[in-house]
Design a protein around this ligand. Structure first.
Ligand SMILES: O=C[C@H](O)[C@H](O)[C@H](O)COP(=O)(O)O
Length: 244
């Protein structure tokens, strides 16, 4: 099986958590897109749910699959958010935002009673940080914000650098909310909680891609099967089944 197959297996397993009448947070990225495709099939077959998209890209995909949409204004409390992740550690702390959707993803997940993460096994790590940490900042004053973040990583004893994310045309990537992204290439983040708290204390930092204490379960598919994890990293044998 390929990585794409594993993403599909994880997305399929997440569907079992979706019940009629639920209000869903709809994640962003390639894994979440597969979930949307599968959810669209269920909706076509009569499943009654509504969703809040976490990005404009997800909105387009959801509309293409005829998934009824709502907003946090009309539905400020959601049942479940189903979303992908760039890294998942044993405590279900996440790095998200590889696709630049971290701000809306975090708002939507926070508005949800539960967050289910779906991923292929390559996303599991012992220590966060090999994946660059996205930090969403206001374009105004991004230079002093960048300097403050660099000073912070020195104080925290982190290695690496922080760089402005650019698109293929060389222009800064602009998020759905009109901000830019700084990617922190830290290699390893031993104390994600301390880094998270320190980053949001810097004026100009809107949000970062560390999701701590937000994920309730992670459904991870790989060569060893499907594993459902809870925050302590406990794998439930009864939730495991062979996929390859
Ligand atoms: O901004 C993007 C999101 O946080 C994604 O959920 C994350 O990057 C994982 O995406 P994928 O499923 O494509 O690996």
């Amino acid at each position: 099986m390929t990585t794409e197959d594993f993403k599909r297996v994880a997305a399929e397993a997440a569907l079992a958590h979706v019940k009629p009448g639920m209000k869903l947070g709809l994640g962003t990225g390639s894994t979440a897109s597969i979930f949307l495709e599968l959810l669209g099939e269920k909706v076509a077959a009569g499943l009654d749910v509504v969703g809040v998209p976490t990005s404009e890209a997800t909105r387009e995909i959801a509309e293409r699959h005829n998934i009824p949409l709502t907003t946090l204004k009309d539905d400020p409390a959601l049942d479940i958010t189903i979303d992908g992740a760039d890294e998942i550690d044993p405590q279900l702390r996440l790095i998200k935002g590889g696709g630049g959707a971290l701000l809306r993803e975090k708002i939507v997940a926070f508005a949800s009673k539960r967050m289910i993460v779906i991923a292929d096994a390559s996303k599991r790590v012992e220590t966060l940080g090999a994946f660059p940490l996205p930090i969403e900042v206001v374009p105004f004053g991004k230079e002093p914000t960048l300097r403050a973040i660099r000073e912070l990583i020195g104080r925290l004893g982190l290695t690496g650098d922080v760089v402005l994310r650019r698109a293929e045309d060389g222009c800064p990537v602009v998020t759905d909310s009109g901000h830019v992204i700084l990617d922190g290439h830290f290699h390893r983040i031993d104390d994600p909680g301390r880094l998270a708290a320190s980053l949001v204390a810097i004026p100009g930092v809107v949000e970062h891609g560390l999701f701590i204490g937000m994920a309730d379960i992670a459904i991870i598919a790989g060569h060893d099967g499907v594993v459902t994890l809870e925050p302590e990293g406990q794998a439930f044998a009864e939730a495991s089944r062979k996929t390859a």
